[in-house]
Design a binder for this molecule. Structure first.
Ligand code: V55
Ligand code: FE
Length: 484
């Protein structure tokens, strides 16, 4: 006998948030508006969290839940949709037990007593990564899970042929558009609440090129980082793990409103002893838009919270601090200056999150950014910001409807920066189903050039990647860019 499946009555699982728990294959999505651009061929992979079984808790948070990968396969001016669970150890164990075995977000001390503390709580729920011909689903507290790019079947957990020695790998890796290198890292790299960071550079063939281990000032959350040609930037915001509190069943992270931010500039091909450290005011952030270097200056553009970014992570004394809005902000680090401070400049006065760029311009001078802009009524839209002029253009799908993170696709491998499409999953909240919108990235306000209808909900996705058609055979992005 196992217990009946019943989700708790909490906001997270109401309405649009109702667990979807469904795998489907739809050949040829219905085209309800416009036309699919003829040269748009490849696949959009997105990953999000769903719920396999109710956890029996009422403190589940939206960034937790078993990973679901979604594929929108563009070919011959049609789009096929496939979604599959990421079959992690956690997923398989729960499937066998026919119930939830894993407790509070990242807190192994709240798991079912039958689960050994050595079992990873990884969900593979955060993003898709494609490099050297392989596709992966990622969660920052676990190693990558390799996924079959055609069927989305889970192949298995991967340490990249023994090259990843840390316990985990980031869900915000970057592929360098010029060198086709994969840059990534692990934080709390030796286990819960450890201060270790491991930074990795893999060549286009997937072979390790450089690896740097160093320590952050406290056992923090390092959700994202940013790259340039010479330096990679690791911001350490005071969102920290207190292992004693975790062992008592507490939240995995606590926000410290009184502690500063530390930033490490790590030499991409160098050594730990050449790391440069900077220090700034209390803040938090999850997501980086991009970073660039000009002479001795390194600029980091990010969605910056002048306070707490997650109200479900309390202070060390258990207080809830309300979330503050995120603003696109530039931090400037001058390597020739003799103090360790940095400049902070707001770039846009409208709250925005899930920042992206034309991925061919990661780590190099750029002018186009994309993000989710939130409305006052709970709706949201896809924003295009021109960083040269400061202009913001927004497409909103309609009253009450919301958008998920946009994925830029270049019109051709050598089209100009920002010349291409934005692929945007749309939550048609009142209609209890999703759409996929194809926007002209240079004219988002005009609305979709193609709108595809799904008879199902794409409940939640965080991040993803685009794999162009030819990359399925060559294993490489072919961006045809020159170093600047
Ligand atoms: C974040 C997201 C996560 C996570 C930790 O946005 C931090 C930040 C989607 O999962 O586990
Ligand atoms: Fe993220």
């Amino acid at each position: 006998m196992v217990e009946p499946v019943k989700f708790p009555e909490v906001e997270l699982y109401e309405g649009w948030g109702e667990p979807m728990r469904t795998e489907c294959t739809i050949r040829g999505l219905e085209l309800i508006e416009g036309e699919i651009p003829a040269d748009l061929e490849g696949a959009l992979y997105k990953v999000g969290a769903d719920r396999q079984y109710p956890s029996g808790r009422t403190d589940d948070i939206f960034i937790d839940g078993e990973g679901m990968m979604h594929m929108f396969r563009f070919k011959d001016q049609q789009v096929d949709y496939v979604n599959r669970w990421v079959q992690t150890t956690r997923y398989e164990m729960q499937k066998d037990a026919k119930r939830s075995l894993f407790g509070r977000y990242r807190n192994r001390y709240t798991n079912d007593p039958s689960v050994d503390h050595s079992v990873s709580m990884g969900t593979g729920n955060t993003t898709a990564m494609f490099h050297a011909g392989h596709l992966y689903a990622l969660k920052e507290d676990d190693l990558p899970y390799e996924i079959d790019p055609e069927t989305l079947a889970t192949i298995g957990k991967s340490d990249m042929d023994g090259q990843i020695g840390s316990v985990s790998f980031t869900a915000h890796p970057k592929v360098d558009p010029v060198t086709d290198e994969l840059l990534g890292f692990s934080y709390q790299a030796k286990g819960d609440a450890t201060k270790d960071i491991a930074f990795y550079v893999f060549g286009p063939d997937g072979k390790l090129v450089n690896e740097i281990w160093f320590e952050m000032p406290y056992p923090g959350m390092v959700h994202d980082f940013a790259i340039t040609d010479e330096w990679v930037i690791f911001p350490f915001f005071p969102m920290m793990t207190d292992l004693d509190h975790v062992k008592e069943g507490g939240a995995y992270y606590e926000y410290h409103p009184d502690k500063p931010t530390h930033v490490a500039l790590v030499p991409r091909y160098g050594k730990a002893e050449d790391i440069r450290w900077f220090k700034g005011p209390n803040a938090t952030a999850g997501h980086m838009m991009n970073a660039t270097r000009e002479g001795s200056k390194v600029m980091l553009d990010l969605c910056y919270y002048d306070g707490n970014c997650f109200d479900f992570f309390p202070t060390p004394s258990g207080e809830i601090t309300p979330e503050v809005p995120p603003f696109l902000t530039r931090l400037t680090f001058d390597l020739e200056r003799n103090d360790d401070s940095y400049e902070i400049e707001r770039l846009l006065n409208v709250p925005c999150e899930m920042p992206r760029t034309d991925d061919r311009y990661q780590g190099r001078p750029y002018k186009h950014g994309y993000c989710i802009v939130r409305g006052m009524d709970g709706s949201s839209g896809t924003g295009h910001i021109n960083l040269e002029t400061g202009e913001l253009h927004v497409w909103k799908p309609g009253p009450g409807d919301t958008v998920q993170e946009a994925q830029f696709v270049p019109r051709s491998p050598d089209s100009a920066e920002g010349d291409g499409w934005l692929l945007v999953p749309v939550c048609r909240v009142s209609r209890v189903r999703s759409d996929l919108a194809v926007l002209d990235a240079q004219n988002v306000e005009a609305g979709p050039v193609a709108l595809l209808k799904l008879p199902v909900r794409v409940r939640a996705t965080f991040h993803g990647t685009w794999v162009p058609e030819e990359a399925f055979t060559t294993g490489r992005y072919n961006f045809k860019l020159q170093a600047v």
